[in-house]
Design a protein around this ligand. Structure first.
Ligand SMILES: [Fe+2]
Length: 301
């Protein structure tokens, strides 16, 4: 299904069609045939309106107010490392005159991110097919929706936008350990065609990248993008009473096998969350699991 682009003024129409066609075609390609370059579009930064920047600022400030209390230090450090600010929608690549002082320039977030871990945040028109998405991760490229939600959908947007993708996801890509984990995840998911592994890996993504919690200095912190970018979900994940049943959260210690066996539902506050001891724990568990997946994939050829 085509994305509703009625509020999308940031992507050139032809660029959109080309990238979307390329992404659609990738669904029928094998892992080795997928080339990611064609999936990406140019972020036409000048087309963001004052209203677009105002929505970014309002959302950023609302989250930032409580984030130093709620979020993992690794996330906060990453956010600072890529110089994400409240003032305006982030520029991905290159540099531009500083809107507040035209004698200065402002650099895109990738100009800070790439030297740290080799990751880049690259613009896409919308959802990519799963294999295409995994191929991007395997290349240390994060497919990033460049549009920003309209004001009337500020509190809830079912599909990703630049606030979810950049504010929610990209800061962790500045951390070398998380950066390695995510690339290994991408490689494993790209090279397996086993539907059981694909389903297990989707659950792993959900309970870590999207909705992960971590223990830091004895306190519970959020790092998953779905928590970081959502006020209500973040508060629920940290404050709802322990246990099962309506309005409660069962916070389980991270265990790769258990995570991969846990089903999830979207569009509701998560009743089960998994808590990491450290990002090294996640990276090491992923390394082991990827080895298994890739060995099986090789044996199946
Ligand atoms: Fe996400």
């Amino acid at each position: 299904m085509r994305k509703d682009i009625s509020y999308n003024n940031i992507i050139d129409g032809e660029d959109f069609e080309r990238a979307q066609a390329c992404a659609d075609a990738a669904a029928n390609l094998s892992a080795d045939q997928i080339k990611t370059d064609g999936f990406y579009i140019t972020q036409l930064y000048d087309r963001y309106s004052a209203e677009n920047h105002a929505v970014w600022k309002e959302m950023y400030e609302k989250r930032w107010e409580v984030l130093s209390e709620q979020a993992s230090n690794t996330f906060i450090d990453g956010l600072r490392a890529i110089r994400l600010i409240a003032d305006r929608v982030p520029l991905l690549f290159g540099e531009m005159p500083d809107p507040n002082d035209p004698s200065k320039t402002v650099k895109g977030i990738n100009e800070y991110l790439r030297p740290l871990t080799g990751w880049q945040s690259r613009g896409v028109p919308g959802y990519l097919p799963a294999k295409a998405f995994f191929a991007c991760l395997a290349n240390r490229e994060f497919p990033t929706t460049v549009i920003i939600r309209p004001r009337e959908k500020m509190d809830y947007l079912p599909e990703p936008d630049i606030f979810h993708d950049v504010f929610g996801h990209v800061p962790l890509h500045a951390d070398p350990v998380f950066a390695d984990f995510l690339q290994t995840y991408g490689k494993a998911a790209l090279h397996t065609d086993d539907p059981v592994h694909i389903e297990r890996l989707a659950r792993l993504f959900w309970f870590t990248v999207e909705f992960g919690l971590i223990k830091e200095d004895g306190r519970l912190k959020i790092y998953g993008s779905g928590l970081v970018s959502s006020h209500g979900e973040a508060r629920h994940s940290l404050c709802a009473p322990d246990g099962t049943g309506e309005g409660k959260v069962e916070r389980r210690a991270f265990d790769m096998e258990r995570v991969c066996e846990t089903t999830f539902e979207i569009d509701k506050y998560q009743p089960i969350l998994y808590v990491l001891e450290s990002f090294e724990q996640l990276r090491d568990a992923m390394d082991k699991y990827a080895e298994r997946v890739l060995d099986e994939a090789k044996a199946a050829v």
